[in-house]
Structures are given as structure tokens and as C-alpha cells.
Ligand binder design. Structure first.
Ligand code: SAH
Length: 266
């Protein structure tokens, strides 16, 4: 079978150590599935399986139910060639620390060669120093220094999001960017015709005077140029100008006809 560019994501192991709240296990499973991950390991969870976890997992029940439960962190890491430990705070002897994005880049590079695990700690105490010392690098989400501990499932979400971004960037050669639009942009010549049409109409309305349009046309050009009009939008705007000019023409004719009728009476 051919390897899909996203296959390495499903190989990344997310390890939750000694999770206290079952809801967080469900939340983590959902965060993983949303981002394309599926390999969840639980080291001595307080409660699993649990109704609360199933409820929080939403449609990620498959990830939740497929979780591997082991008694020690060493069991979860035994076959891994790269282990990343996540931590909300610095420890006394510093370790190499990466941001989620840096870590995701390294995981993208290595996960085709060997198993990679990302380890998350307990809600109340995080990972112990001994557990963090089992890791090659530490990952820190640079949160508000005054309150840097994210909810466990939220931390899993941030990390999985960066893993997905790394996969998409690698697959598409650039970071995701949404530039689909239903209409082609108006080209420069069409815009120039429109500005001429607009100026003509505004002069007829006596809104600006031909010899002294002042800055009004410049500001209107800036407004429309900034909006990046598409062809359909430009056609609508030109249609409004034509309708305005037609209405002016008809009311002028009506006035002329009235004047002529009055003159004939006199
Ligand atoms: N009071 C604990 C916080 C634990 S938060 C402590 O001081 O360590 C639960 C888990 O979520 C952490 O063990 C870690 O895995 C993850 N986490 C929370 N905030 C994080 C952050 N800013 N950076 C990296 N991981 C974080």
C-alpha cells in the first residue's frame, strides 16, 4: 500500500500519565482525532473506561476505546526512538526545550524512522522529575507566565494542532492558506472604466465638480482598491451607476416635457 503524506500522524503516540479526570481522557481523544492522530496510551489512569470520557470524546470513541493501558511510563516508551515530555513550568536542571511548532517539525522528520511519543502529565502535579528525565526533549507551550498550566486536554489539542500543521505544510509545500473565491478579480482596466463611470456619475449628480474633484475620487479609489473587487461585484456597481444615470436622464426629460407644456399654455 502506498504511504499517505498524513500517515505519520497516526503513528505518533500520545501518552497520558496517571490522568485523574476521565473527562480529560475523552477530551484528549477528541483533540487527537480532530487533528488526525489515533494512537492513545494511558499510563495508570484513575478511571478508564468511564462514561464521562465517552461523553467528552464525541465521535472519537474509536480512539478512546482503542487506547492502550499500561502500568508504567517505561512500558509506554520502551519502543520509542524519540520521547517528548510536556511541561507547564521549568525544572531545576534545564532540558532542551521546544515550542509546539519546533517539536512538531522534529516529529515530522523522525516519525517515519522510529516511534515517537509525546507525554502529558497529571492535572495537579504534571510529570515528575524522574518522568521528565526519561524524555529527549521537553515541550513548553509559551502560555501566560502568571498562569501557564493549560487544562490537560487543551494542551493535547495545542500540540496535535501543530503536528497537523506540520503535516499539511509538508504535504502541500506551504502552510494552509484559504484562497478559494467564486469569481475572478476585476482587472485593472475594468476598474479604470468603473472609476471613470463613477466620476462621471458623481459629476452629473453635482456631488463633485469636474475641475475640482478634490480628494474624493482618490479616497473612493483607495476604498475600492482595498476591497479587491471581483468581476461580479464590479458589474453590480456599474449597474447601479447606469441605473442612476438612467433615472437622472428620465427625470430631466420629464422636467423638460413639463416646461414645454407650461410654455405652450402661456
Ligand atoms: N500543576 C501542573 C500542571 C499540570 S497541567 C504543573 O505545574 O506541572 C497538566 C498537563 O498538561 C501537564 O503535565 C502538561 O502535560 C500539559 N500542559 C499544561 N500546560 C502546559 C504548557 N504550558 N506547556 C506544556 N504542557 C502543558
Amino acid at each position: 500500500m502506498t504511504q499517505q503524506p498524513s500517515d505519520w500522524l497516526s503513528q505518533v503516540r500520545i501518552v497520558l500519565v496517571n490522568t485523574k479526570a476521565a473527562g480529560n481522557i475523552g477530551g484528549a481523544a477528541r483533540a487527537m482525532k480532530n487533528m488526525g492522530l489515533s494512537d492513545l496510551w494511558l499510563v495508570e489512569p484513575r478511571e478508564y473506561p468511564a462514561e464521562e470520557a465517552t461523553w467528552r470524546a464525541g465521535n472519537a470513541e474509536d480512539v478512546l476505546d482503542g487506547a492502550t493501558v499500561v502500568p508504567t511510563l517505561a512500558d509506554a516508551l520502551a519502543d520509542c526512538g524519540l520521547v517528548i515530555g510536556t511541561s507547564a513550568r521549568g525544572r531545576s536542571i534545564p532540558w532542551p526545550i521546544q515550542t509546539p511548532k519546533e517539536a512538531a517539525g522534529q516529529v515530522a522528520k523522525e516519525s517515519r524512522q522510529h516511534k515517537v511519543a509525546i507525554v502529558f502529565g497529571r492535572e495537579d502535579r504534571g510529570l515528575t522529575n524522574e518522568e521528565l528525565q526519561m524524555c529527549n526533549v521537553h515541550l513548553h507551550i509559551p502560555a501566560n507566565e502568571a498562569y501557564s498550566a493549560l487544562n490537560l486536554a487543551t494542551a493535547v489539542q495545542v500540540v496535535c494542532y501543530e503536528l497537523r500543521m506540520a503535516m499539511l505544510t509538508e504535504r502541500d509545500g506551504a502552510e494552509p492558506h484559504f484562497d478559494d473565491w467564486d469569481q475572478p478579480p476585476a482587472n485593472n482596466q475594468e476598474l479604470e472604466y468603473y472609476y471613470r463611470h463613477l466620476q462621471e456619475t458623481l459629476e452629473k449628480l453635482d456631488f463633485i465638480t469636474h475641475d475640482n474633484p478634490r480628494q474624493t475620487m482618490t479616497r473612493l479609489r483607495r476604498l475600492f482598491n482595498r476591497a479587491r473587487l471581483d468581476q461580479m461585484e464590479l458589474n453590480i456597481l456599474r449597474g447601479i451607476l447606469t441605473a442612476t444615470q438612467n433615472a437622472m436622464y428620465h427625470s430631466e426629460n420629464r422636467i423638460k416635457a413639463l416646461e414645454a407644456a407650461l410654455a405652450a399654455k402661456e
